[in-house]
Write a protein of this length. Structure first.
Length: 439
C-alpha cells in the first residue's frame, strides 16, 4: 500500500500542469530590455569608426597611408636636397620663404585629405521597414522584370516620379536601406550606404564623396595639383642655377642633383593625373553634375534638371552652407536584441559581407536559439525520468495518462515542432524519444 502511494506521488510530480507561459528564453527576448549602445556600435554599413564614433572612415581607409606617403615623401626630399641650394643661390629671405612654403603647403594638403576621409559624406539614415504603399500615394503594381519583385516587399514599385526644377525625375527604391533615394542619391556598394549627392567612391581617400565632403575633396585635388607644380618648377629652377654656376649642360646638371631629376619626373606624372582630375571636376561644378551622373546619364546643358547657370552652380558647391549630418553616430540607441545580435556579429567578423543584414534573419536566429534551449529542457527532464527508472525509484512500465498537461504544453509543443522542421531528423529524434519514454 505504501509502495503504491509513493508511485502516485512520483507520477503527480512529473505530471504537474505547467501554466501556459513563455519559456525562459522567450521571456529574455521579449521582456528584458536590451543594453543602451551607441549608434556606431550597431551600424550596418561597412564603415570604420574611431574615437568613439567621432570619426567615420570608409572600409578601405588603409589607402590613406599610401596617399599620405605619396605626398609627404617627395616634400621631404625637396626640403632636404633641393631647397638647400636654393637658399644659397637666392637672396636669404627669398630662399627661406621657398623652403618654408613647401612643407606648409604639404601640411595643408594632408589636412584637406583627412577632413575629406574622416567626414560623413552625407549618409541617408536607413528605414526600419519598407514604405507603405498607401502612405505615399503611388501605384502598388510591380513590373515583372524587376529583380526585387520576387524577393522584395510586396506593393513597393522599383521607381517613383518626383519633380525637380520643373522636370520629372525618377527616384529608385533601395532594397538594402528600404527607402526611396532622394534625387541625386545613390547606394555605394563598397560602404553599403545611401549617400546624398553621391559623386563617387574614391580609393585614394578611402571614402565616399558626397554632399558633405565634395567641397573638401575638390580643394584637396586642386591643392595637390598646385603642390606638384610648385615642386616641379623649383626643381627646374635648381637645375638651371646649376647649369649657370658650373657652365654645364642639362645632363651634367642632373648628375649633380639627381634628386631634382627624380622629382621633376615624379611631379610631372602626378600633375597630369591630379591636374586632369581637377579640370574634370571644374567642368562638373560649372554644369552642376556629379561623376556618377556624368557617366550614367550623360546630361547635356538642356537635359540636366540641376543646372542653374554657371555662377549659381559654383555658389552651390563653394558658398552654400554644408548641411548637418543626418546621423549622430554617438547617440545612445535602444540596443534591442536584433541590434545587439548585429553588433556582436560585427565585432567577431568586422565588415564581413556574410553578416546578416535583415531583421528576418535575426529573428529566425533568435527563434532557433529559443527552440534549442527548450529542447534541452525537454531532454534534461527525459534524462531525469530515465535516471529515476534506472535507480529503481520509478516503475519501468508505469501507465501514465497520455492527456496530461505536461505533454500538451502548447509552448514546448510548438517550439519543438518548429525546431524539428528546421533541423530535420535531429529534432524529430529528440521528440520521438520523449514520446517513447512517456509511453
Amino acid at each position: 500500500m505504501r509502495k503504491n502511494d509513493m508511485v502516485r506521488t512520483q507520477e503527480r510530480m512529473y505530471t504537474t500542469a505547467l501554466p501556459p507561459q513563455h519559456s525562459d528564453s522567450d521571456s529574455r527576448i521579449i521582456d528584458t530590455p536590451g543594453p543602451s549602445l551607441h549608434l556606431y556600435q550597431v551600424w550596418k554599413g561597412n564603415n570604420r569608426f574611431c574615437f568613439n564614433g567621432r570619426i567615420i572612415l570608409g572600409p578601405d581607409s588603409r589607402s590613406l597611408f599610401l596617399t599620405v606617403s605619396l605626398i609627404v615623401v617627395p616634400v621631404i626630399l625637396f626640403c632636404a636636397f633641393v631647397s638647400q641650394r636654393l637658399v644659397e643661390q637666392f637672396p636669404r629671405h627669398i630662399g627661406n620663404l621657398i623652403v618654408v612654403l613647401c612643407p606648409l603647403f604639404a601640411v595643408y594638403v594632408v589636412i584637406l585629405l583627412l577632413i575629406t576621409s574622416a567626414r560623413d559624406p552625407g549618409i541617408i539614415p536607413r528605414s526600419l521597414h519598407p514604405p507603405e504603399p498607401e502612405d505615399d500615394g503611388y501605384v502598388s503594381s510591380i513590373s515583372s522584370d524587376w529583380p526585387g519583385s520576387q524577393n522584395g516587399p510586396p506593393g513597393v514599385p522599383p521607381t517613383k516620379d518626383t519633380m525637380v526644377n520643373g522636370v520629372i525625375v525618377k527616384i529608385k527604391y533601395c532594397q538594402t536601406c528600404m527607402l526611396y533615394r532622394p534625387p541625386r542619391c545613390s547606394h555605394c556598394s563598397i560602404c553599403n550606404n545611401c549617400v546624398e549627392r553621391f559623386d563617387h567612391h574614391c580609393p585614394w581617400v578611402g571614402q565616399c564623396i558626397g554632399k558633405r565632403n565634395y567641397r573638401f575633396f575638390f580643394m584637396f585635388v586642386s591643392s595637390t595639383t598646385m603642390l606638384c607644380l610648385y615642386v616641379f618648377a623649383f626643381c627646374w629652377v635648381n637645375i638651371m642655377k646649376i647649369m649657370d654656376a658650373y657652365h654645364c649642360n642639362l645632363w651634367r646638371a642632373l648628375s649633380r642633383s639627381p634628386v631634382s631629376g627624380f622629382l621633376i619626373l615624379y611631379t610631372f606624372g602626378a600633375a597630369w593625373f591630379v591636374g586632369g582630375l581637377t579640370g574634370f571636376h571644374l567642368y562638373l561644378i560649372f554644369t552642376n553634375q556629379t561623376t556618377y551622373e556624368n557617366f550614367r546619364y550623360r546630361y547635356n546643358v538642356k537635359m540636366n534638371p540641376y543646372n542653374r547657370g554657371c555662377f549659381r552652380n559654383v555658389g552651390e558647391v563653394f558658398f552654400s552652407k554644408i548641411p548637418r549630418s543626418k546621423q549622430n553616430f554617438r547617440e545612445m540607441v535602444k540596443g534591442d536584441s536584433s541590434s545587439v545580435y548585429a553588433s556582436s556579429m560585427s565585432l567577431r567578423h568586422p565588415m564581413s559581407p556574410e553578416i546578416p543584414k535583415t531583421s528576418s534573419d535575426i529573428e529566425m536566429g533568435k527563434r532557433q536559439a529559443v527552440a534549442a534551449e527548450d529542447l534541452e529542457d525537454i531532454q534534461s527532464q527525459i534524462d531525469s525520468v530515465g535516471g529515476l527508472e534506472r535507480c529503481g525509484t520509478q516503475p519501468r512500465h508505469t501507465n501514465w495518462d497520455h492527456k496530461t498537461n505536461w505533454e500538451s504544453s502548447p509552448d514546448i509543443q510548438m517550439l519543438a515542432a518548429e525546431f524539428g522542421m528546421e533541423h530535420g531528423s535531429t529534432g524529430r529524434q529528440k521528440i520521438e524519444g520523449a514520446n517513447d519514454l512517456k509511453t
